[in-house]
Design a binder for this molecule. Structure first.
Ligand code: GLV
Ligand code: MN
Ligand code: MN
Length: 409
């Protein structure tokens, strides 16, 4: 049995690091993330695990199996947040994994296979570019191009790695050998409202969406706001606004597709200057790469038409592209479903619209995920919340799943 209060208290305690009125700021590769990892290390040790930081800065807690050479059952998620994030996104997977292991330790259970609980670095890809960079190092999915990317204060990934005690020239040493993992599991909040709408606390995840992220640059002409008549302007921001509406309209045409502009900067940024240049982010997702790509291509076509009509230039730079949506392995889904039954919960299967560390494992070992209900479907928001009961229900399902996978050959 997992300990509901211990699990929830740890989530709340961890959530104080970087907490502000506007939500949690525990950005990837920041001092706050290091402080949070130090706290998580203590929890791992309390759960009876040995702990180390791998060459990419991920925190790894290990409970040894009776056969230390057996393949490892891995579970984990991330601690980093978006700007003004919540206390559950990612953290539940780490703290829930620790709780599942601690429940085994307390019950005197030692499984055949070792179990590892990992807190991955930089899942969000919100401070820099490119999600899952911590987990990507383990399975060889890391794009070294992002090393020189800078955050909004001009600090590069390389500099921040060094500040966290991680050698940027040796992050590849974290790569796991083929056959290392028997499976990878991840407990996560749903971050949407499907489970809540169905009155369910837990869901069995069927697969993870694929994303494109990029940056759009529109260049017009900066000019005087008082002396440039409306019909003689090359206003990059007005063009960007029209492009965003085209994207929104296009995305509505595809099943399960979503498209978001979350970040925008106008230059030179003066109240009395017609904006000469605008940069904005794009994030487009679907379960199927073909549909996502069709949507992306059509959006680019529609933006081109807007920019031509307005006499401004358009440049679309793709910064991250998942090759395909990642299905959860059928037999792992079945074990998670069985574990729901063991925990007295109905079985409900659903896809994930969010990206997760587990997607980097889909081509490396069998992968599966467990979702729990998010209050009001909110996430990436300071009001993100899941009840202690739902957190514990998810951790209980994870416990049974890990136990089965780690006990059997
Ligand atoms: C991660 O939270 C993502 O899906 O953007
Ligand atoms: Mn997450
Ligand atoms: Mn997130």
């Amino acid at each position: 049995m997992v300990n509901k209060d211990r699990l929830f208290n740890r989530l709340m305690e961890l959530g104080q690091i970087g907490n502000t009125e506007d939500g949690v700021y525990c950005m990837a590769l920041s001092p706050e993330e290091n402080e949070a990892h130090a706290q998580v290390k203590k929890y791992m040790e309390e759960a009876g695990m040995t702990v180390h930081m791998d060459a990419a800065g991920n925190l790894v807690g290990r409970k040894e199996g009776t056969d230390p050479n057996a393949s490892v059952v891995m579970t984990g998620s991330h601690i980093d947040t978006v700007y003004g994030g919540g206390m559950f996104d990612g953290r539940l997977g780490v703290i829930g994994g620790i709780e599942a292991v601690q429940a085994m330790t307390e019950a005197g259970i030692q499984t055949k296979h070792p179990i590892e609980v990992i807190a991955y670095r930089d899942e969000e890809g919100t401070r820099f570019v490119g999600s899952y960079s911590g987990a990507g190092h383990l399975t060889g999915g890391y794009d070294h191009g992002i090393m020189e990317h800078a955050d909004k204060d001009g600090k590069t990934v390389r500099e921040c790695l060094k500040e966290c005690g991680i050698d940027p020239d040796h992050v590849d040493d974290a790569k796991l050998p083929e056959g290392y993992a028997k499976a990878h599991l991840e407990l996560h909040i749903e971050q949407g409202a499907v489970l809540e709408s169905k009155g369910l606390s837990v869901g069995v995840v069927t697969g993870i969406c694929c994303q494109i992220r990029g940056e759009v640059t529109i260049k017009g002409t900066a000019s005087h706001a008082g002396t440039t008549p409306m019909d003689l302007r090359k206003d990059a921001l007005a063009a960007a606004a029209e492009c965003m509406l085209e994207i929104e309209d296009e995305a509505k045409k595809y099943p399960q597709a979503v498209a978001t502009v979350g970040k925008i900067t106008a230059f030179p940024g003066g109240v009395n200057v017609v904006p000469g240049e605008v940069k904005f982010s794009i994030d487009m997702r679907n379960q199927k790469a073909a549909l996502r790509d069709a949507m992306f291509d059509k959006c680019v076509e529609r933006m081109k038409a807007v920019c031509e009509k307005r006499g401004v230039s358009l440049d679309v730079n793709v910064l991250m592209k998942d090759d395909e949506g990642k299905p959860c392995a059928d037999h792992i889904q079945d074990i998670v479903a069985e574990s729901c039954e063991k925990a007295g919960l109905p079985v409900f299967r659903m896809p994930s619209g969010a990206g997760h560390d587990s997607s980097t494992f889909a081509d490396f070992c069998p992968m599966g995920m467990i979702f729990i209900r998010s209050k009001d479907g909110l996430s990436h928001n300071k009001d993100e919340y899941s009840s202690p009961e739902d957190c514990a229900a998810g951790a209980e399902v994870l416990y049974h799943t890990l136990l089965k996978l780690a006990s059997e050959d």
